[in-house]
Design a protein around this ligand. Structure first.
Ligand code: SF4
Ligand code: SF4
Length: 67
């Protein structure tokens, strides 16, 4: 089964504050070159929107083909 729920960062909005990297308890994000990366999308919890809610720039949406 292909993972169908994971965060997508809009880098045109992202301020690289790293709040999402520190926040996600499942290690979905990592930082590279001082930017957040979605490194482990398969670890994201279905229908969790925690990181999207705490992102101060509203730069995170979630990929889903069913919603
Ligand atoms: S919380 Fe939002 S603004 Fe901050 S690094 Fe993550 S995506 Fe970028
Ligand atoms: S939606 Fe939840 S589990 Fe997925 S990356 Fe964001 S905080 Fe982590």
């Amino acid at each position: 089964m292909t993972k169908d729920w994971y965060p997508v960062i809009d880098y045109s909005r992202c301020a690289a504050c790293m709040t999402c990297v520190k926040f996600c308890p499942h290690g979905v994000f990592d930082a590279k070159d001082e930017k957040p990366l979605v490194l482990n999308p398969e670890s994201c919890i279905d229908m969790c929107r925690g990181c999207a809610k705490i992102c101060p720039e509203k730069a995170i949406t979630h990929h889903s083909s069913s919603k």
